[in-house]
Design a protein around this ligand. Structure first.
Ligand code: FES
Ligand SMILES: [Fe+2]
Length: 329
């Protein structure tokens, strides 16, 4: 992939349309959507999403865009009998249909039919809620492929907290950084002390729409660490040791800036101290990665060099990522 694609705004416009609006994105967790009437504002990439638990118990996702003039209908989270847009108070039922539009009775021939919130695809993997804006998309199971099996049962995990991030880098720079641990011994001394990152022990595995990295804890205690990537931006991490999982998103706000979040889940028996310690460990790695990708963004942002040189073995998951990317070109 040419470096021009890492800062070109027109490329990003096409990526939003052809990749982000047609793929599965982690959007939230079922813990905030348990009871009828529970709702949460979320996003699938740049697409604003409303997650809603209906009166019938169904979990639904809608485009969080008012059919009147486009204001976001819900913000934050809570529990309501209906969803009211804060701009002119158009009000939608929990199933998305438009129920009331103030003063519309003064407009001859105005009909509320066909003005419901646009439904999006929604599916869950354990407590993780995924949304796909493309109603024709293949099921989530196809997108996560072998990752679901590798993770095993997730239902005992409890949501702990959400951390947001922002980096001055193109989303693809962020993903490619995630997809190799060639940089780990050099750039993540703390991580590399806890996790065996030697190339003879560290496993890289690509599947159709996913890739996975596996690493043993250096102290030999506990399960292997798992670091999964689900096209195009979802990252699911399980560190060795205590029962834990974190899942991350990425939203390309511009061609050179990416924001996102990581949601942390832990087993019910994990103590508050253990959880805080693991999050602090992960934040340290995140801070190191942020400096790396921001430097790369400055590096790839001129036209003086047009491409880099990947190592086919150590960076095979980047090659896989770029092949997926090019399948959309
Ligand atoms: S934009 Fe929602 S009511 Fe006007
Ligand atoms: Fe890293």
């Amino acid at each position: 992939v040419s470096w021009a694609a890492y800062s070109d705004p027109e490329t990003l416009a096409r990526e939003r349309r052809e990749i982000f609006e047609r793929t599965w994105h982690y959007a939230g967790h079922v813990g905030e959507l348990e009871r009828p009437g529970d709702f949460a504002a979320a996003s699938a990439g740049h697409v604003p999403v409303a997650l809603v638990r209906g009166e019938d118990g169904e979990l639904r996702a809608f485009l969080n865009v008012c059919r009147h003039r486009g204001h976001e209908v819900v913000s934050g989270s809570g529990n309501r009998k209906s969803l009211q847009c804060p701009y002119h108070a158009w009000t939608y039922d929990l199933d998305g249909s438009l129920r009331a539009a103030p003063r519309s009775d003064r407009e001859p021939g105005f009909s509320m039919d066909g003005l419901g919130l646009l439904p999006l695809r929604v599916e869950t993997l354990g407590p993780l809620v995924f949304v796909n804006p493309d109603r024709e998309a293949a099921p989530l199971a196809e997108a996560v492929g072998p990752v679901a099996q590798a993770l095993g049962p997730l239902d005992d995990l409890v949501f702990h907290s959400r951390a947001s991030y922002e980096v001055e880098a193109n989303w693809k720079v962020v993903m490619e950084n995630y997809l190799e641990c060639y940089h780990c011994p050099v750039a993540h001394p703390g991580f590399s002390k806890e996790v065996n990152v030697d190339p003879d022990d560290y496993v890289l595995e690509a599947a159709e729409w996913t890739s996975s990295q596996y690493a043993d804890p250096r102290n030999g205690n506990g399960a292997r660490g798992q670091f999964h990537f689900v096209w195009p931006t979802t990252r699911i991490n399980v560190f060795p040791g205590i029962a834990n999982l974190s899942v991350g998103t990425a939203v390309p706000v511009s061609s050179t800036r990416t924001i996102g979040m990581f949601d942390y889940f832990f087993g019910a028996d994990v103590t508050a101290e253990e959880a805080e310690e693991m999050i602090a460990f992960d934040s340290q790695v995140g801070a190191e990665d942020r400096a790396l990708v921001e430097s790369v963004q400055r590096g790839v942002g001129t036209s003086l060099l047009t491409e880099g040189r990947l190592l086919p073995e150590s960076e095979q998951l980047i090659t896989h990522f770029q092949a997926l990317y090019q399948s959309y070109e």
